[in-house]
Design a protein around this ligand. Structure first.
Ligand SMILES: [Mg+2]
Length: 376
């Protein structure tokens, strides 16, 4: 094990990955494809580590910004540094470019993967050890064509997935209520969560959220715009169902404010928002210290980012509400990993192999790349 070796390679791929259907959210639509950036670090001994940035332009940022943050601003801070100096590299990266949390998540993922490959340890061991071997999977119901989502729910039922998250607030209230009624009637075995993705106007929020609370979902997530902290706190006081913050809380600093202002009963933790796995752990721990719950959310990710999130949740007992790493299995036409991201009987399986446990298929990176820095 030689963590003193230096990092010599820093390669990027900007990928466009075709998806099987459109997905509507309160803040926007994804259709055709989603775009990610893959980072590969190589150490002088030949070991490699991978990370994924999974931005969404209406939520966290753009793939162009992720690529530029990594290529122009972060690369010079990484190449020539020792693998052992992960904390120092991450601290420098946090300061060198504002925002771009997805790029910073990709960097930490790649550094952890590389460290794990060299030290023969899984990433969860580098993050404090494991508290679970499996994580309950939630799949989002977000197709503008509800009949197609009914077919998806029949498939989820066969696959023994027990959690679904209904995306609301992108069409109208009647559509949301109709779908909740149909799910309660035809799919009573699912535990249902509801996510507005900021989709409600302030004047509509009280009435619509109180209506939806009548269906007693596990939680209702982010009904209003991220900056409406006062309205989140007010809604929380009006319903018995837990209110989750997502877009209102990116990193630990936001979590401190959210807890202080009482805007939520829990938080969706995403490495793409927090800017890395260890900062995601901090968000969950601040939430727990304030008596709040944590859920393992994600962006429109491929399997590489799912793996990073899986290792974080495996090492973070405070994230107790499951995860939503469904895109590799149910949304992308083809994932980028060499072997499939493992989901069995509705549970994500935590890998025990060194590093992230699985690697991207380089032929797929080449195939889906719209831009790369790799020199062949
Ligand atoms: Mg959300």
């Amino acid at each position: 094990m030689d963590l003193q070796q230096t990092i010599t390679g820093f390669d990027l791929w900007h990928l466009q990955l075709p998806v099987v259907s459109a997905r509507d959210h309160g803040i926007g639509r994804v259709s055709g494809s989603c775009e990610i950036v893959v980072l590969r670090l190589t150490a002088e001994g030949g070991s490699q580590g991978f990370g994924e940035a999974s931005p969404w332009s209406v939520f966290t940022g753009s793939p162009e910004a992720s690529f530029a943050a990594l290529d122009r601003y972060i690369r010079p801070l990484v190449v020539g540094r020792r693998v052992a100096d992960r904390a120092a590299i991450l601290q420098d990266a946090a300061k060198c470019v504002a925002h771009c949390t997805e790029a910073k998540a990709a960097l930490e993922s790649a550094l952890l993967d590389l460290t794990g490959q060299i030290s023969d340890l899984p990433v969860w061991a580098l993050l404090g050890g494991k508290c679970r071997d499996t994580i309950p999977l939630s799949c989002s119901i977000a197709n503008p064509i509800f009949d197609d989502d009914i077919a998806l729910m029949e498939r989820l039922r066969q696959d023994k997935v027990g959690l679904i998250k209904l995306k609301t607030g992108f069409k109208d209230h009647a559509f949301d209520v109709m779908r909740l009624e149909r799910i309660a009637r035809d799919f009573p075995e699912f535990r249902v969560r509801v996510d507005y993705n900021q989709g409600l106007e302030i004047e509509d929020a009280v009435g619509q959220v109180m209506d939806v609370a009548q269906f007693e979902p596990d939680f209702i997530e982010q009904p209003v715009r991220y900056h409406h902290f006062d309205m989140m706190a007010r809604l929380r006081g009006m319903i018995d169902v837990p209110l989750l913050a997502d877009e209102s809380v990116f990193g630990p600093e936001d979590m401190v404010r959210a807890a202080r202002e009482g805007i939520c009963d829990g938080v969706s933790v995403k490495i793409m928002k927090s800017g890395g796995l260890s900062r995601g752990q901090s968000v969950a721990r601040i939430a727990a210290a304030n008596g709040l719950m944590a859920y393992g959310g994600d962006m429109f990710e491929a399997g590489l980012a799912h793996l990073a999130g899986t290792h974080m949740i495996a090492a973070t007992p405070e994230i107790s509400l499951g995860c939503e790493f469904y895109q590799a299995s149910y949304f992308l036409k083809e994932d980028i990993l060499e072997t499939p991201f493992e989901v069995r009987d509705g549970q994500v399986i935590v890998p025990d192999a060194p590093g992230l446990g699985l690697r991207p298929d380089l032929d797929k990176l080449t195939h889906y790349a719209v831009r790369t820095t790799e020199t062949v």
